[in-house]
Design a protein around this ligand. Structure first.
Ligand SMILES: NC(=O)c1ccc[n+]([C@@H]2O[C@H](COP(=O)([O-])OP(=O)(O)OC[C@H]3O[C@@H](n4cnc5c(N)ncnc54)[C@H](OP(=O)(O)O)[C@@H]3O)[C@@H](O)[C@H]2O)c1
Length: 240
């Protein structure tokens, strides 16, 4: 199984890449930086982990650089995990258009362009593939300061549901993994007080386990999930 994963240098994306490799798959991983842990994983799986340094803020070059030069049209892609994202957090009255546009380029426009070429490649190779977008529980519950970020994830949820409808007859599935708060670099700027307020809204009063999210994504990529499409799957410790 060849799986394209964005944001493999750390956090959830790294964990997903590790699990795909452990199960014998090949990973096409994208990020801007090569962290120490990513470097170690590449050394462990030199043939199966293919890495590209690419800034998703530049969605113009996705076709020539990612699909033509790197993956190549002859490579069948069975799975795509749209994991990379950035969070521009602030209250709405402070909204800065340039920061908002930049976040939309990374969180929405690049994922849509990647989806376009992934689906084309799946059609070319007649593959019943699986696409998983990372969304956030903030779309469904709301948190102070997350309106702009949550709006990018809401866009992905709508995009995913409609993609599922559009390509379902060809056997191509699209789902969103709606994650609750995980302890990664993305959330590292939050204070203990802010974290505790987030935990209070979960049923378990804990951060979401990164491994639990990654394993659910592996399931959605697998054939065992072949009847699941157009859905938002929540892994959020029962957030209300
Ligand atoms: N953490 C949470 O609590 C939480 C909750 C709900 C949903 N999510 C979602 O889960 C996903 C993974 O989040 P995470 O917590 O693992 O985040 P993270 O630790 O900040 O990792 C983000 C990954 O995305 C990559 N990335 C960011 N901007 C990029 C760009 N412009 N071009 C290429 N790669 C880029 C980063 O790599 P480089 O920096 O090396 O480029 C990194 O590998 C995201 O979609 C996030 O929105 C997270």
């Amino acid at each position: 199984m060849n799986v394209l994963i964005t944001g493999v240098s750390k956090g959830l994306g790294f964990k997903i890449a590790e699990l795909v490799l452990q199960k014998g798959g090949t990973v096409y991983g994208i990020s801007r930086s090569k962290t120490e842990e990513l470097n170690e994983l590449i050394l462990q799986y030199p043939e199966k982990l293919k890495w590209l340094r690419y800034d998703l803020a530049d969605s113009e070059k996705i076709k020539p650089l990612v699909f033509k030069d790197w993956i190549g049209v002859n490579t069948p892609i069975q799975g795509f995990v749209n994991n990379a994202a950035m969070a521009y957090d602030d209250i709405v009255t402070n909204l800065n258009l340039e920061s908002l546009e930049n976040m939309y380029r990374v969180n929405v426009f690049a994922p849509m362009m990647l989806t376009k070429f992934v689906i084309r490649q799946m059609l070319l190779h007649q593959i019943k593939g699986s696409i998983v977008h990372l969304s956030s529980v903030s779309v469904h519950t709301g948190y102070k300061g997350l309106s702009m970020y949550a709006s990018t994830k809401g866009a992905l949820e709508a995009f995913s549901k409609n993609t599922a409808r559009e390509w379902g007859e060809k056997g191509i599935r699209s789902n969103c993994l709606v994650s609750g708060f995980m302890e990664t670099e993305m959330s590292s700027t939050l204070s203990e007080d802010q974290k505790n307020r987030i935990y209070k809204r979960t049923s378990t009063k804990q951060p979401v386990d990164v491994n639990s999210v990654a394993e659910t994504i592996l399931f959605l990529l697998s054939d065992d999930a072949k009847s699941i499409t157009g859905q938002n799957i929540h892994v959020d410790n029962g957030t209300i």
